[in-house]
Design a binder for this molecule. Structure first.
Ligand code: ATP
Ligand code: MG
Length: 209
C-alpha cells in the first residue's frame, strides 16, 4: 500500500537573517506577519557574522547585535535567535547557513521559510548560489517601504517564479536611519523595543559614525 506523504507532516520554520544593527520593529513585524501567514511554528533570527554585503562599512560587534536581537525577541514564545552565523569565522553566506541547518537531525523534517525584505530580494542575484537557495527553502519577499513590488520584474524569471510575495503593512524603519538618529541625538523610541533602546544608550552605540 502506497504511503501518502503530505506537507502537513512537515514542520514549518521561518528564518529571518539580518545584520540587525540594530534590530527594529520593521524586522519584528515582518517575522510576525510571516509567522501568521504561513503557519510557522517558530521564527529563528540569524544575525550575520561578518556580512558579505557590508564589507568596508562599520558594523557593531557580533556580541552587541546578538544581544539586541535576543532582547528584542525574548518576550515572544515563537521567536528565537541562532548563533550559527556569528560563531563562524569569516563571511557568512545564506546558502551555507541553510545547508548547515538542514543537516541538523532536529530539522530533518522541516520546511524552511526564508523571510526577506523586498530590498534584499532585488539584490539576490549577487548572493552565493541563489538558485540553490531557492530550491532549499520557501523564499518569501515581504513589502519594504520605498521598493515597489513591480521591481521583481528586474529579476531573472527562474528566480522570480520561485519567490513567494507577502504583502505586509509598511513600516518605514531602517537600521541605517536609526543609527543616524542616535548619532544626531534624536529619539528612537517606538521604533525599536525599549530594551534595545536602553541597550544602545548603555553601550553608547552609534555615537561615533
Ligand atoms: P540597514 O539599513 O543597516 O541595511 P535594515 O533596516 O535594512 O538595516 P537589515 O538587518 O539589513 O536591516 O535587514 C534584515 C532583513 O530585514 C532584510 O531582509 C530586510 O529587507 C528586512 N527588513 C529590514 N527592515 C525592514 C522593514 N522595515 N520592513 C520589512 N522588512 C525589513
Ligand atoms: Mg538592509
Amino acid at each position: 500500500r502506497q504511503k501518502i506523504m503530505t506537507n502537513s507532516c512537515q514542520r514549518r520554520i521561518g528564518i529571518m537573517g539580518g545584520t540587525f544593527d540594530p534590530i527594529h520593529y520593521g524586522h519584528l513585524r515582518a517575522a510576525d506577519e510571516a509567522h501568521a501567514a504561513f503557519g510557522l511554528s517558530e521564527v529563528i533570527f540569524v544575525p550575520t557574522g561578518q556580512p558579505p554585503h557590508k564589507a568596508g562599512e562599520k558594523v557593531s560587534s557580533s556580541g552587541d547585535r546578538y544581544m539586541m536581537t535576543v532582547l528584542a525577541t525574548v518576550d515572544c514564545p515563537y521567536f528565537s535567535v541562532s548563533r550559527i552565523e556569528i560563531d563562524k569565522t569569516g563571511k557568512s553566506y545564506t546558502i551555507d547557513t541553510l545547508r548547515q541547518l538542514k543537516a541538523m537531525p532536529e530539522y530533518h523534517d522541516t520546511e524552511f521559510y526564508f523571510i526577506t525584505g523586498l530590498d534584499a530580494v532585488l539584490d539576490i542575484v549577487s548572493w552565493k548560489n541563489p538558485e540553490e537557495i531557492m530550491s532549499m527553502c520557501k523564499f518569501v519577499a515581504v513589502s519594504r517601504y520605498g521598493y515597489a513590488r513591480s521591481r521583481m520584474e528586474e529579476l531573472p524569471e527562474d528566480l522570480r517564479s520561485a519567490i513567494i510575495s507577502l504583502e505586509i503593512p509598511l513600516l518605514a524603519i531602517s537600521s541605517t536611519g536609526l543609527r543616524e538618529r542616535v548619532r544626531r541625538d534624536r529619539s528612537i523610541r517606538f521604533l525599536v523595543p525599549p530594551s534595545v533602546e536602553h541597550y544602545i544608550r548603555k553601550k553608547s552605540l552609534y555615537r561615533d559614525i
